[in-house]
Design a protein around this ligand. Sequence first.
Ligand code: HEM
Length: 236
Amino acid sequence: MDSWAHYLDQVLFAVLPYVAVFTLILVTIQRYRAQRFSYSSLSSQFLENRQHFWGLVPFHYGILTIIAGHVVAFLIPREILAWNSHPLRLYILELSALVFALMTLIGLLAGMVRRWTNPKIRIVTSASDWIIYLLLFVQIVSGIYVAVFYPWGSSWFSTSAAPYLWSLVKLNPDVSFVASMPHMVKLHIINAFLLIGFFPFTRLVHILVIPNPYLWRKPQVVRWYGKPKETAGGGA
Ligand code: HEM
């Protein structure tokens, strides 16, 4: 049993991350060569605007801040620990992260409800859209769960998650940092790899063609010509 658990940990935390990153790189390059013009979020703003805006903006500001926070914690773990050594600063960091995480969740839910309830939008929503919604939902809910029930994540990220991620970067994966983590933390990490691997198959590739001007410009009408199914990610 123990050896099975050990084997599974190796597959999920030492093999899956590389499979995910290779898939990301290879499919991204292949898709760029074969279907360059499918690098888009396939905006559906023209189908209706206002409701879209209220989900889209909190989601983007939320997730970009959260991802930036993860990257900073990965790059400068010692500085994060030093910052957290004063309880007040730790609370400020944790609370602001939680606010941005909730913003992301609200924005995501607004997007899901909109796609589900608006018939015009549902028709241009592909299976890959629903899969990426599900993966994002699991990622954000598990992250919030971890932040709330296993305090103080910003500190133990520095001592456990950051060294684990660095071991991956150095091509010498050390699963021992994560093997004894609670199930929800493991789910959060595994789901992140699934998100990375699935990313190039979806409309999320639009991230690779930043800047995304809708973060600061007024909502505007965008039209897509051609049949939705012709473009990867499907939809208008
Ligand atoms: C696609 C990538 C990822 C996304 C979108 C994501 C998203 C989130 C979100 C929304 C939260 C809640 C924020 C909070 O309230 O603190 C969170 C927390 C957390 N995540 Fe992630 N995550 C990702 C990848 C990872 C990875 C790869 C790890 C570790 C190897 C990780 C470790 C953590 C930890 C430890 C927390 C708790 C932080 C705290 O308590 O302040 N995340 N994540």
